[in-house]
Write a protein of this length. Structure first.
Length: 364
């Protein structure tokens, strides 16, 4: 990880404070900052085919430090108030911010198409004339954090990435399938119990089924999973009771994998997936690509995440050569509890943001 002198951190901390004041708009102070910097320009657009919200500083044509932000798995997508506030805040301190929403992310499907669109959006932003030096920082939340890590590892983009910040990503999708279906993840040679939330089970099931080739079975299975309430109970029961005789061999293998609850059978069932489905699923694992990331990585995770075990982030950090792992006690997943406002937690989060901005504003 690069080190930053206090001469760098001083003005960067001031920028961060100004951005927070614009983002959260407290009485008097927020209005005062807006009067000084002007209202950021906001535009709804598309970037490389992905819907996007673009935030630019109030004045000028750039070039500016550029950040590409990927939302989490939420129906609000790029319109989530926290992301809108982030975009406005960073644009107010002289940054170009593009919040891009790749296909499938909002409805809880992380697939090869999602990754391809995320990478294309990042490349398009780096190629903009108003992106400083043709380089970008990547930021993502939850599933969007996974996309940020995968994009940073792509050979065609890696040299153009200044820094990556991922909040509560899932890093190893294969292990995620294991603990979602069987209630245990592999740590070295041991199986460790972990109970994840039903919403994450549904997201994983949708993502794996979406990796099937186009056809009747994929349409039927995915249609049923999409029809389930996002926060309903026991979504995998839909697959455990699905009539297997009605499916072709590839779809049967996927349903058997997702319906299995025995951790000792997982590896055999995963290996039985059609090669193209297995490779598509494996391509979603940031841990497998971690060694290819050359930019500084800020990984921010909960000590006790309701969806993902801490071991997932630790494994990524071991595989990556540029990580800084920040563990917060106050996160449940990507949403902080009130204790985030305790001084120690705030200091950790402040350090992450200062380092991200310092890298984004670097002239190197």
């Amino acid at each position: 990880m690069p080190s930053y002198s206090w001469l760098t951190l001083g003005p960067t901390q001031a920028r961060l404070l100004a951005a927070v004041l614009v983002a959260y708009d407290p009485p008097v102070l927020g209005a005062g900052i807006r009067m000084l910097v002007g209202a950021p320009r906001v535009e709804e657009s598309e970037v490389a085919g992905a819907p996007a919200t673009i935030f630019r500083p109030a004045r000028g044509q750039g070039p500016w430090p550029a950040l590409v932000v990927f939302p989490g798995v939420t129906r609000m997508g790029r319109r989530h108030p926290a992301l809108v506030g982030l975009g406005r805040g960073l644009a107010s301190i002289g940054a170009l911010v593009v919040v891009a929403e790749p296909e499938g992310l909002a409805r809880g499907e992380l697939t090869g198409t999602t990754v391809t669109q995320a990478l294309a959006a990042a490349e398009a932003v780096a190629a903009r004339r108003d992106a400083q030096r043709g380089r970008i920082a990547l930021v993502g939340v939850s599933g969007g954090g996974t996309l940020a890590l995968l994009a940073a590892a792509a050979p065609q983009l890696a040299a153009r990435v200044r820094a990556v910040a991922a909040l509560a990503p899932v890093c190893d999708i294969v292990e995620a399938i294991r603990f979602v279906t069987t209630g245990a993840y592999r740590e070295n040679d041991d199986l460790v119990g972990f109970a994840t939330g039903d919403f994450f089970k549904l997201v994983v099931a949708r993502s794996v089924v979406a990796c099937l080739p186009e056809g009747r079975d994929r349409t039927a299975l995915l249609g049923r999973l999409r029809a389930l309430a996002d926060y309903g109970d026991t979504p995998l029961e839909e697959l455990r009771t699905w009539p297997l005789e009605a499916l072709d061999s590839g779809a049967r293998a996927v349903v058997r994998l997702l319906a299995n609850d025995d951790p000792t059978c997982f590896d055999e069932l995963f290996s039985a997936l059609p090669r193209e489905v297995r490779e598509s699923v494996e391509s979603l694992s940031a841990t497998a690509a971690a060694s290819r990331i050359g930019a500084p990585v800020e990984l921010v995770v909960a000590r006790t995440d309701k969806y993902i075990p801490l071991a997932d982030a630790i494994s990524f950090a071991k595989a990556c050569s540029t990580p800084r792992l920040t563990i917060l006690e106050s996160l449940e997943h990507a949403v902080p509890r009130a204790s985030l406002f305790q001084a120690r937690e705030l200091a950790k989060l402040d350090g992450v943001l200062v380092r991200l901005l310092a890298a984004s504003y670097s002239r190197a």
